[in-house]
Design a protein around this ligand. Structure first.
Ligand SMILES: [Zn+2]
Length: 290
């Protein structure tokens, strides 16, 4: 019975799982006034987001935007892109970390401005087109946006000599995607991964969840993939780290980057979320009346 009551509990508006980012999300409206300055992170990758880590990947043939943030962050992201000297009208492709409002609520507005192609994977494409959050936690809904290209695990997006490869990490949302690429900077090549998501939000029902019935298996598969992955030289999170992580000094990254993790930071993050998910599973089993 306790399990049934747990299923009825719908998560609050908090969309991402990092305890460090929870407070930031609860201050969503404040985030707009706390306008983070845009800057070049590394190579052709620029930080253009406020609290929610949006990135612009520039190419000679137009740009790729990764995450559009919440709807109220749209003007900030537009002005940040223009401040860097780029035009939002040159954005050709929009991709995302995962279909939670704090990362994709701004998609519809950004598509109206840019006419860019929206690319999304599986269940996240369903969420974007319906505007209904279909993740385990059931966070708040958002303005629907049409998806121009529905991709599968391993598919790539290419523009102007840049290629990003999609790695499905569907534990956090059904189509959470870690986008991977390489950049040149200072004569060296660096492997880059943009965070997708790892495990369900705290409080998400794990058993018989009607929104995401395979959430446990999908999370276990996600964690296995992340554990077995050769860690990227640079992992670009979609929330600032508090405190910002110390980085490998060999990485030519702007020191203002609060969303950057190096390979060791990535390993630590994976280990941490694995421990967290084990505890969530144990708690779910306890609620099941064992
Ligand atoms: Zn999230």
């Amino acid at each position: 019975m306790r399990l049934i009551s747990a299923l009825i509990v719908v998560g609050a508006a908090v969309a991402c799982v990092s305890p460090n980012s929870q407070a930031a999300q609860e201050q969503s409206s404040q985030a707009v006034s706390d306008a983070a300055e845009p800057f070049r992170v590394i190579g052709n990758i620029y930080f253009v987001g406020g609290q929610y880590g949006s990135y612009l990947i520039t190419t000679p043939e137009g740009h790729i935007l990764h995450d559009t943030g919440s709807a109220d962050m749209h003007p900030l992201i537009v002005s940040n892109i223009e401040k860097l000297g780029f035009s939002v009208r040159d954005i050709r492709i929009m991709i995302s970390s995962h279909a939670h409002w704090d990362h994709v609520e701004g998609h519809a507005a950004m598509k109206r401005v840019t006419g860019a192609q929206v690319v999304a994977l599986g269940g996240d494409a369903v969420a974007l087109e319906s505007g209904r959050d279909n993740s385990a936690i059931g966070a708040r809904n958002f303005e629907p946006v049409s998806v121009d290209r529905v991709i599968e695990d391993g598919d790539t997006v290419s523009l102007g000599g840049v290629t990003l490869r999609a790695l499905w990490t569907g534990g956090h949302t059904q189509g959470a995607t870690m986008w991977m690429t390489t950049v040149q900077d200072g004569g060296n090549t660096y492997s880059i991964a943009f965070r997708g998501g790892e495990i369900p939000n705290a409080g998400a029902p794990l058993a018989n969840n009607p929104r995401h019935a395979t959430v446990v298996a999908d999370t276990q598969r996600t964690l296995q993939r992340l554990r077995e992955l050769d860690p990227p030289d640079l992992f670009l999170h979609n929330h600032p780290q508090d405190p910002p992580q110390a980085l490998d000094p060999a990485l030519p990254v702007d020191p203002r980057c609060a969303t950057c993790l190096d390979a060791e930071g990535f390993r630590r993050m994976v280990a941490r979320v694995e421990t967290t998910f084990e505890a969530m599973l144990q708690e779910a089993e306890g609620n099941g009346g064992q």
